[in-house]
Every structure is written in structure tokens, then in C-alpha cells.
Design a protein around this ligand. Structure first.
Ligand code: ARG
Length: 457
């Protein structure tokens, strides 16, 4: 396709290093759609005759049908998906196929195709995350009252509700969706018509091809259009952040499923066994989600490093943009689906969670708060008095509310027996009614809002 000025052909090494068809064949649907939009515009603008435009469009449909049934052939001599399609088109309809490449270049072609592909990936991520949110609000609604220990430093801190804990991940997923939505708005401009780098002298209609491909309009600068891969980086940044959240959720399930915790029974469908230890049920899906986050972040790093320092406009380095994005998208889809399945089908052992919340003096803050409220003691002093009570309880292997009133009065005379009402884990969570707090009523309120936002009613 470009052999006119060459004497010899490329070496075997050149052909191999140059060929992107093994991975950019993933873009075939977008390549056909963009070519059809282009040739329709060429026909309307009388840049090619209406008959030729018609012939090319129906030829492209035939190529697409072949790809659909037999896959995209991989011929390194044809380098990439753009030349593969054009060459097959020429075989099917003859030399008129050569008119398709009027007023365009592979540089604006690949920029367009890849944007369309990434746009689909953004939409897929959004749909997956929405399903995850549905699973989270459903389980959170079931467990708005289920008490578990809340942790800081992975040390028992204060009792919380399981519903509250799950809704924390709903909020993360909401931010992830908004990041993907932002990226979509920013990327939805058509580079088609920038041609190689400088635009074209043919009277093309960029607004028409943009509209035909669902873009909000054409990009503004032809050099930027063919050299910009921000849309791919935006996607990878949002995907990395999302994968990071998923890996945190995965880690919670891994910890909760371990025998000393025993907070959950993971679904058999998302666990595996050991070939040597018959008793084992391993949280492999969660561990792989945790691991895949590393690979997804690696994909972001790879493309950032590819793009850094590239002068305007197109450089062949940019051909390496596709593998990391395609890899990350495949991994992200899997990870979102795995965590959705895990949230949906895990058995929460609320008895074990409730019992664990009793350990570790989780209501200690409630004793301190009671001293502040009922006895007018400054919080720092109340903190100190509470510390003494915890120490005494610990020496007896008892919970705080198992200390007698005489024991408590011996620590501070201002304590009276109304204090016991504040010391249960139920009272502790029920007290935390501040906006966004863990009280069951607050959790139910947020679950209801979230269900509304998801259209669940
Ligand atoms: N396969 C190329 C890529 O993915 C298409 C653009 C080639 N452009 C060029 N001037 N060689 O980047």
C-alpha cells in the first residue's frame, strides 16, 4: 500500500516488529463503522461518486460479515487492521476500493477507531459497576442492623453495621462511575478528518462523520487529534482507581473468610480447593482481583511511559497504545463481575461478627462519650477514666458492661448505673446518628437514596 518509493521490501524483522494486526484486529468493528461513516460523507460531498460510495459501503459490509464468521486474518504484510480491511475490500470490489482512503490517513483512522473502542469500554465499565452497586445496596439493606467490629489499623475500633461497611464500597463505586463518565464527556470528539496531521484539502464534512459515529463534534486541532491518547490514559486512570477499590474489597473478603475471623462463607462458585489439603476452600477469585489490580495499574504505567516525551504529531511508538488498554479492559470486566458475584452470594455470619464486636472493648468510646455528656467531664479526662476501666475489664477477662457499678464507681465516682445503657454494642451503633454515621437508621436512609439513584425504587 505504500511501496511506490521503495526498491526492496521490508526484512522479516521489520515485518514482525511493525505488525500490529495481532492486537489491533480487536478494533475491526470500529474500523468498519468509521470507514462507512467516512465514505458516506465522501459521497455526500461529491468527493467520490454516489455509485462508488455505495459500492464501497456494501463492500465494507461484506468484509465485516467475513470477519464476523471467520475472524480477522493475520497477515503481517498488511501491518494493521486498517490495511487488512482495505486490502480485502479491494479483493472484493476492485480498484474502486482505493477511493476510500481519500482525505484520510491511518493516523486519524486509528485515533478514531481507538476512541470508539475505548468509549465502549467506558460504557462496559459503567454497566458492570452499576451491577456491583445494585448487589451492594441489596446486601446492605439486608444488614442495616447487623453489628460487626469496625476497624482502624485492623484493630477493633468501634462497632459498626455490616450495611454501613458495604455502603462504603457503594460510595467508591459511585465515584468510579463518575470518573468514567467524566472521561467519556472529554473523549467524545471525533479526530476523523485530521488526516495525517495537518488536515486535508478535500472538502470533507467533519461534523457529519462526527455525528454519524456518535461523537459530540469534531476535535479542534489536527495535530492534537492524531497525537492525543489522553482518552486512553483517562480510561486507564479511572480503571486503575476502580481496580484499586475492588482489590480493597477483595482483601476484606479474604480476611473475613480466614478461619480466625470466620465472618463470611464465600460462595463455592467463586472459591477453589487444594489438591493436597482436603479441608481447604481458598478465596482465589478475591486474591486474583487483588492481584489483577497490579496488572491494571501496570497497564496505565506502560502507556504513560510510551507517551511521555513524544513530539507532535504521530509516532509509531503510539501503536503500542492498544495492548495495555485492551488488557486492562478485559481484566477490569472480570474483576468487577467477580466482586459482584461475591457480594451477591456470600453468606455473612452475623453471629460471628456480632460476637467479635463484643471483643476488644469496641464500646469504650461510648463510655467516654457518656462521661462527657452525663457527667460534664472534658473528653480528654473521660478518655483517661475509660482507659482505666478497660484495663480493669481486661485483667478480669470481662467486657466493659460486665464490670459492676461498684467497680466503675471505684474508678470514678461520677459514674452511675445509667451508664450500662450506653455500653452495649447495639447502643453504640444506635448512638451514631450523625450524617453518614453507622446508626441503622442512617444506613437505611443512605440505602434508600442509593436505591433511588439506581432506579430500584
Ligand atoms: N497501526 C498503526 C497504529 O496503530 C496505525 C497508524 C499508522 N500510521 C503510520 N503513519 N504508520 O498506530
Amino acid at each position: 500500500m505504500w511501496g511506490g518509493r521503495f526498491e526492496g521490501g521490508p526484512s522479516a524483522i521489520m515485518r514482525e516488529i511493525n505488525a500490529s494486526i495481532p492486537f489491533d484486529k480487536a478494533l475491526w468493528r470500529q474500523d468498519i463503522a468509521a470507514s462507512k461513516a467516512h465514505v458516506a460523507m465522501l459521497g455526500r460531498q461529491a468527493i467520490v461518486s454516489p455509485e462508488d460510495a455505495e459500492l464501497i459501503a456494501s463492500g465494507l459490509d461484506r468484509v465485516a460479515a467475513e470477519y464476523e464468521t471467520s475472524g480477522v486474518p493475520e497477515n503481517w504484510d498488511l501491518e494493521d487492521i486498517h490495511m487488512t480491511t482495505e486490502s480485502r475490500l479491494a479483493e472484493l470490489i476492485g480498484p474502486v476500493a482505493g477511493r476510500l482512503h481519500t482525505g484520510r490517513s491511518r493516523n486519524d483512522q486509528v485515533a478514531t477507531d481507538f476512541r470508539l473502542w475505548v468509549r465502549d469500554a467506558l460504557d462496559e465499565a459503567d454497566a458492570g459497576l452499576k451491577a456491583l452497586q445494585v448487589a451492594l445496596v441489596t446486601r446492605a439493606g439486608e444488614h442495616a442492623d447487623s453489628i460487626m467490629p469496625g476497624f482502624t489499623h485492623l484493630q477493633t475500633a468501634q462497632p459498626v453495621t455490616l450495611g454501613h461497611h458495604l455502603m462504603a464500597y457503594y460510595e467508591m463505586a459511585a465515584r468510579d462511575r463518575s470518573r468514567f463518565a467524566d472521561a467519556r464527556v472529554r473523549m467524545n470528539r471525533s479526530p476523523r478528518g485530521a488526516a495525517a496531521l495537518a488536515g486535508t484539502g478535500f472538502p470533507i464534512d467533519r461534523a457529519a462523520t462526527a455525528a454519524a459515529l456518535g461523537f459530540d463534534g469534531p476535535t479542534a486541532n489536527s495535530l492534537d487529534s492524531v497525537s492525543d491518547r489522553d482518552f486512553a490514559l483517562d480510561y486507564l486512570m479511572a480503571a486503575s482507581q476502580c481496580a484499586l477499590h475492588l482489590s480493597r474489597l477483595a482483601e476484606e473478603f479474604i480476611i473475613w473468610a480466614s478461619q480466625p475471623f470466620g465472618f463470611v462463607r464465600l460462595p463455592d462458585s467463586l472459591s477453589t480447593g487444594s489438591s493436597i489439603m482436603p479441608q481447604k476452600k481458598n478465596p482465589d477469585a478475591a486474591e486474583l482481583v487483588r492481584g489483577h489490580a497490579g496488572r491494571i495499574i501496570g497497564c496505565l504505567t506502560a502507556l504513560m511511559i510510551t507517551m511521555k516525551g513524544l513530539p507532535l504529531a504521530y509516532s509509531k511508538d503510539m501503536q503500542d497504545d492498544k495492548p495495555p488498554v485492551v488488557e486492562a479492559a478485559g481484566l477490569l470486566t472480570l474483576c468487577v463481575a467477580a466482586m459482584t458475584g461475591m457480594v451477591e452470594a456470600t453468606t455473612f455470619r452475623t453471629d460471628r461478627m456480632r460476637a467479635a464486636a463484643e471483643l476488644g472493648y469496641a464500646p469504650a468510646t461510648d463510655l467516654a462519650d457518656w462521661l462527657v455528656r452525663q457527667a460534664g467531664i472534658p473528653f480528654r479526662e473521660a478518655h483517661h477514666i475509660t482507659g482505666a476501666a478497660v484495663k480493669l475489664a481486661e485483667s478480669r477477662g470481662a467486657a466493659l458492661d460486665q464490670l459492676s457499678i461498684d467497680d466503675l464507681k471505684a474508678i470514678d465516682a461520677r459514674i452511675d448505673d445509667r451508664v450500662y445503657a450506653a455500653l452495649s454494642v447495639e447502643a453504640s451503633v444506635a448512638a451514631r446518628v450523625s450524617h453518614g454515621g453507622t446508626a441503622p437508621g442512617e444506613v437505611r436512609k443512605r440505602v434508600a437514596e442509593a436505591r433511588g439513584a439506581l432506579g430500584l425504587g
